[in-house]
Design a protein around this ligand. Structure first.
Ligand code: ASP
Ligand code: MG
Length: 404
């Protein structure tokens, strides 16, 4: 007998019909003689809808109350799903985060899981019951409801795999697995059979939306293999595993992108130690994430320009922070641009094959796409380009790196 955790995303439980379909999959997995723990997201659209309602009250709606509100979506889906399983003649019940409890810190809206109590659920599944756990939520030691960040039911599933020591962790979703790129902008996207944790972490952090980055991170640190697969077909999906278990690797595994990036250039700062710190310290203190950074110096070496990228939504705030610190930073002017995208190629095989950078840049040049900034790590290269050229860039790179 195996113990499995299977997670259903919002689109897999997006309607009553789909909930009944998910219940049938669960029934089948249960009949295969598995101890089954189910984790479920809110029905698709629900969480966005709840957030919109809070905004109608206030743009700065109280964070702890927002967690109570957002977590209610999973209360609906977990009860409907447990009820649907019971209808199929199988013992089942739902658990909300606080009932287990799933203990988290009190970092509301992006809490970390500290501990999960297992005895009650272990007892239930050992007596042929299916446990349905509301994803995305927990409870703090102050006894307040918390949530794990958008897309957080992936993290719930991986953490449950860890604390319940399950034999497998499967993520049922609306695509056939992890694809080489976003199929909505490139119909040549192909399913990846195996991908390493590191690559998946880059893919999800750089814009691929299939799995939440902190879930991948948790899987990686605990060496939990994750199988991402489709709710609507029986085919095997993508296995996220450790690098050493992957043979036959390609140089580039996938191409990710994120739109809505903005770029800010601070022109004419004095080139001396401490300037970059003066620029980035107040921005960091305001919880704004800086992504790429470029600095160039004028020919006489006295002045420098500092350019960096942020999320488009942070642009207004960033500009006002810089303005407020004008005296301290001491610059000539600030320019900005907010219709940019970051396109990245990812692949652990890059480490061992020279010339990837050149090939990427040549490909973009041939498409007449101008590169505005570059950042690299051992297994990825990202470029900043005009947002309108995203699809063109992704398609060309997908072809050049042999993914079509
Ligand atoms: N319902 C939550 C969200 O939309 C969590 C999840 O779907 O994983 O972000
Ligand atoms: Mg999701």
């Amino acid at each position: 007998m195996k113990r499995i955790v299977i997670k259903f995303g919002g689109t897999s439980v997006g309607s009553i019909k789909k909930i009944i379909n998910a219940a049938k999959i669960i029934k089948k997995r249960h009949e295969e003689n598995n101890e089954v723990i189910v984790v479920v997201s809110a029905m698709s659209g629900t969480t966005d809808d709840l957030i919109n309602r809070s905004r109608q009250v206030s743009d700065s709606f109280n964070k702890t109350e927002l967690d109570v509100l957002m977590s209610s979506g999973e209360q609906i889906s977990s009860s409907l799903l447990a009820g649907a399983i019971i209808e199929l003649g199988i013992k089942a019940r739902s658990w909300l985060g606080w009932q287990i409890p799933i203990l988290t810190n009190d970092n509301h809206a992006s809490s970390q899981i500290m501990q999960i109590k297992t005895d009650e659920i272990l007892n239930f599944i050992s007596q042929k019951g299916v446990a349905v756990i509301a994803g995305f939520q927990g409870v703090s030691k102050e006894n307040r409801i918390t949530t794990l960040g958008r897309g957080g039911s992936d993290l719930s599933a991986v953490a449950i795999a860890k604390f319940f020591q399950t034999d497998s962790c499967e993520i049922y979703t609306d695509v056939e697995g992890i694809l080489t790129t976003d199929p909505s902008i490139n119909k040549n996207a192909k399913k990846i059979d195996k991908i390493s944790y590191e690559e998946m972490l880059e893919m999800s952090s750089l814009g691929a939306k299939v799995m939440q980055p902190s879930a991948v991170q948790t899987a990686m640190t605990n060496n939990i293999s994750v199988h991402v697969r489709s709710t609507f077909s029986r085919k095997s999906g993508t296995k996220i595993i450790s690098e050493s278990d992957i043979d036959n690797r390609r140089v580039v595994t996938g191409i990710a992108y994120s739109k809505k990036n903005a770029k800010v250039s601070i022109v004419g700062v004095v080139d001396k130690p401490g300037v970059a710190a003066d620029v980035f310290e107040p921005i960091g203190k305001n919880n704004i994430n800086i992504d790429m950074v470029i600095q160039n110096t004028s020919l006489d070496g006295k002045k420098a320009n500092i350019t960096f990228t942020i999320k488009q939504e942070d642009l207004k705030k960033t500009l006002s922070i810089i303005e407020k610190n004008k005296k301290k930073i001491n610059y000539n002017k600030v320019t900005h641009d907010d219709k940019l995208a970051k396109v990245s190629i990812i692949g652990a095989g890059m480490i061992a094959s020279p010339g990837v950078t050149y090939k990427m840049f040549r490909c973009l040049a041939d498409e007449k796409i101008n590169i505005l900034a570059i950042s690299t790590s051992e297994i990825k290269i990202s470029v900043l380009i005009r947002e309108a050229l995203t699809q063109k860039a992704v398609k060309a790179l997908h072809k050049v790196f042999g993914l079509n």
